[in-house]
Design a protein around this ligand. Structure first.
Ligand code: ZN
Length: 333
């Protein structure tokens, strides 16, 4: 058993670098600051040890007032505070802990470089469109907190991890509330996969076998983009394999992606014989429009070549930012 530590949940303005260090930063109460985020400013939720040691666990950089875009990075961090429990695959999750149909299994391996990718995409989108998206980042390593799981599986009972998990999702809820003032919007949950052959996977909560069905529209109600379809902005077929589907736009810009116009079936054995496909997870379900609201969500699972190499990633960041901007212009203008 790990030692439980009493936690005072505080929010801290990010005047400090997000690393593990001794306490010395200015703090404000989490609840007090929810309604007054300044665009471009960084807000950090820290986890604490009784000794005073802490880690800047969760970061929210507020987007511009007119932005309809939210980017999230739930398990790309690298901080491993020793005072936090290390997650194990033996942990049995509470079955009553999940209202969003997440059945994903345990992993303690971070999606490498997705945190960097998310921050770089936000900067590039701001530079090229003038609108800074909202970004929410989990700086903790996945072995300490997996922010794309229901709480018990995510934190395995560690009080600091639970508090950080709550902060991560509270920041997303706050960002969604701001975006909703503009009508509707989109959340992109940024991930990395290691499937072979390499490809980027677009997750809309449709299962692999659904994509060969002639009538994709029947799946709108269970998709994370339900609001886009119900509002008449797009059909499911548009969003899966149309000219402006994210997978199609990515493939047209040098990032092979599926589902898309050229690869509409992500488990097509001729093209992807490993049969693997990530169709979306806890965040896509909870924060998309499957269950409620006008904010839709899409999981983007980038392959290694796109994100791992610090020298080539900037080129991909430009391409992906262009794709996201094209998608936003088409569907959220
Ligand atoms: Zn992931």
């Amino acid at each position: 058993m790990f030692k439980k530590i009493t936690v005072i949940a505080v929010l801290m303005f990010a005047f400090c670098i997000p690393k593990i260090q001794a306490k010395n930063c200015e703090n404000v109460l989490f609840q007090d600051s929810v309604k007054r985020y300044e665009p471009g400013k960084s807000y950090v939720f820290k986890v604490n040890a009784a000794s005073g040691e802490y880690a800047n666990a969760i970061e929210y950089i507020a987007g511009d007032v007119k932005s309809k875009l939210i980017l999230t990075s739930p398990h790309g961090g690298d901080l491993k505070p020793e005072f936090m429990h290390t997650r194990t695959k033996e942990f049995v999750a509470k079955t009553d802990d999940n209202d969003f149909g997440d059945t994903e299994s345990f992993s303690g391996i971070s999606d490498s470089k997705t945190l960097e990718l998310t921050m770089e995409l936000a900067d590039e989108i701001k530079r090229t469109t003038g609108l800074r998206p909202h970004i929410i980042l989990n700086h903790l390593h996945r072995s300490k907190l997996d922010a794309n799981r229901a709480m018990s599986l995510a934190s395995q009972g560690d009080e600091n991890a639970e508090a950080a998990w709550k902060a991560f999702h509270q920041y997303i809820d706050d960002a969604k509330q701001q975006v909703a003032k503009n009508g509707d919007g989109l959340l992109l949950d940024i991930h990395g996969n290691a499937h072979r052959p390499q490809r980027t996977e677009v997750g809309l909560l449709l299962k692999g076998k659904d994509f060969t069905n002639e009538n994709l529209e029947q799946f709108a109600d269970k998709s994370s983009v339900k609001a886009m379809v119900k509002s008449g902005k797009a059909t499911m077929a548009d969003l899966v394999k149309g000219d402006y589907a994210l997978g199609t736009l990515l493939s047209n810009n040098g990032v092979l992606a599926t589902p898309s116009k050229s690869n509409p079936d992500p488990i097509d054995a001729q093209v992807f014989p490993d049969g693997r496909y990530f169709n979306g997870g806890y965040n896509t379900a909870r924060h998309g429009s499957r269950f409620s609201g006008n904010i839709s969500a899409i999981q983007l699972e980038f392959n290694g070549d796109v994100r791992m190499n610090d020298k080539t990633r900037p080129g991909y960041v430009k391409s992906i930012s262009k794709v996201i901007s094209q998608f936003m212009t088409k569907y959220f203008n």
